[in-house]
Design a protein around this ligand. Structure first.
Ligand SMILES: Cc1ncc(COP(=O)(O)O)c(C=O)c1O
Length: 469
């Protein structure tokens, strides 16, 4: 099939069959398995909250790509900013001794938007690299403080922090470990605040907690800090709302308790806001929901709404002061060629300008409860075990009402596969994580688009349930 695909410069004829052949023969995709890639969607265009395939069929982009296209597709303004910056300066060495204008301006802007205690930014090109940098900054900081034994990191099960080697070692999803072991030492995971599926370590494997709603998940984390010896722990790393683990929203007292635990045991608190940053939860950064200030924030995705790759770590003034006053033989020898890339930073600035101008953070705060309330209506299906969300991040967890134990959740994974297939056919693309359907629509989505998302999801759950029974 030959179809017309728009490019920024000109319309060109797209030979879909040859694209698919090139893909099949030469491209290795993230999370690759041929059985999942038998009929890939050839995505050629995006407009607002929709993407368009090579046949011209439109789909509601219910996960904003990969939780990142916050301002929606088709923002020619961002393309222009990138083009102008690229035409002005291809690249500069942004290592110590040099600086480009957009990286300085974006660093300044980010520290105005983030928690008041954060004052400086180290730029990366994505989420995993941001977390790698945060780990190194934490160890570096403790070495400067004369505490070189503080090297361990505590994160949570169902946490996702990227899949480079150390980030994968912090990620609490075994599927990302199995074929790549051994992992990096000194990374430990404890129970996270997953109230719907609260499973604790038992002598013979996981056992359900007796009262998941009241369980003290922060105390579990503190227990692990104590077991590991706080003098050897550098930091706690956690997502404010666990995203790729299945949109797990913590109880309101959880993050204030994490802050207290970090302070009590002299640990750094790192918030991984790669998904939750830049308005996703209805705040610029999500710990604002609970009045907590972390020592570092990892960010990526929404900083450019995915128009170019960019990420980074924001650090407290205290850590910045440590870097600035280090002796020359202990200088901060962390680096990456593209740290502070001018075009990426220029797009980041322009993207933040759009979020501000269009009031998209408030919009997410207003639309989030509307989406959640509609999703609540899906609970009438016995296959819907849980509905949860914060801002424009939401999930519907499917279950097998006839199964007990872990099978209650795990048996519903094939159902979730069918639900996604059916949604896609109907022109809506959410994302499946095991038995959970995750949604993170663009912050510019209309109420009508969100209503349709929920209607389609409900229909797909009915159809898929019927096909399996
Ligand atoms: C919370 C979180 N941290 C880190 C990452 C890794 O980001 P990247 O894929 O850009 O390395 C992700 C990716 O989804 C994420 O959701």
């Amino acid at each position: 099939m030959r179809v017309t695909a728009a490019s920024s410069a000109s319309a060109s004829i797209l030979d879909v069959a040859s694209v698919l052949e090139a893909d099949r023969e030469h491209l290795i995709h993230p999370l690759a398995h041929p059985s999942d890639h038998a009929r890939p969607l050839v995505v050629v265009r995006g407009e607002g909250a929709e993407i368009v395939d090579a046949d011209g069929k439109r789909y509601f982009d219910a996960l904003s790509g990969l939780w990142n296209v916050n301002v929606g597709h088709g923002r020619a303004e961002l393309g222009q900013v990138a083009a102008e910056q690229m035409a002005t300066l291809a690249f500069n060495n942004n290592y110590v001794g040099f600086v480009n204008v957009p990286s300085a301006r974006l660093a300044e802007k980010l520290t105005q938007l983030a928690y008041p205690n954060l004052n400086a930014v180290y730029f990366t090109t994505g989420g995993a690299e941001s977390n790698e940098s945060a780990f190194k900054i934490a160890r570096y900081y403790w070495k400067l403080q004369g505490k070189p034994n503080k090297v361990k990191f505590i994160s949570r099960r169902f946490g996702y922090h990227g899949v480079t080697m150390a980030a994968a070692s912090a990620t609490g999803l075994p599927v990302y470990h199995r074929m790549f072991a051994p992992l990096v030492p000194n990374f430990f995971q404890t129970v996270g605040p997953y109230r719907f599926r609260c499973e604790l370590e038992g002598e013979d494997g996981p056992r359900p907690c007796t009262s998941p709603a009241e369980h003290d998940y922060a105390a579990e984390l503190e227990q692990m800090v104590l077991e590991q010896d706080p003098d050897t722990v550098a930091a706690i790393l956690a997502e404010p709302v666990q995203g790729a683990g299945g949109v797990i929203v913590p109880p309101d007292d959880y993050w204030p308790k994490l802050r207290q635990i970090a302070d009590r045991h002299n640990l750094l608190l790192i918030a991984d806001e790669v998904i939750t940053g830049f308005g996703r939860t209805g705040r610029w950064f999500a710990l604002g929901h609970w009045n907590v200030q972390p020592d570092m924030v990892s960010f990526a995705k929404g900083v450019t709404s995915a128009y170019l790759p960019l990420g980074g770590v924001m650090i407290s003034r205290q850590i910045q002061d440590a870097i600035n006053s280090a002796p020359a033989d202990m200088k901060f020898t962390h680096a990456a060629t593209y740290s502070g890339h001018a075009a990426c930073c220029a797009v980041g600035l322009a993207n933040i300008g759009i979020i501000e101008r269009e009031g998209l953070v408030d919009r997410a705060a207003q639309l989030g409860p509307v989406l959640l309330q509609r999703l609540e209506g899906l609970r009438s299906s016995p296959r819907v075990g849980n509905v949860r969300g914060l801002g424009l991040m939401a999930a519907v967890e499917l279950v097998d009402p006839e199964a007990g134990g872990s099978a209650y959740y795990d048996n519903a994974a094939p159902l979730a596969v069918r639900v996604i297939q059916d949604c896609t056919q109907r022109g809506v693309i959410p994302r499946r994580i095991n038995n959970t359907i995750c949604m993170a629509p663009p912050l510019i989505s209309t109420e009508a688009q969100l209503a349709r998302l929920v209607d389609v999801l409900g229909e797909s759950i009915s159809v898929a349930s019927a096909s399996l029974s």
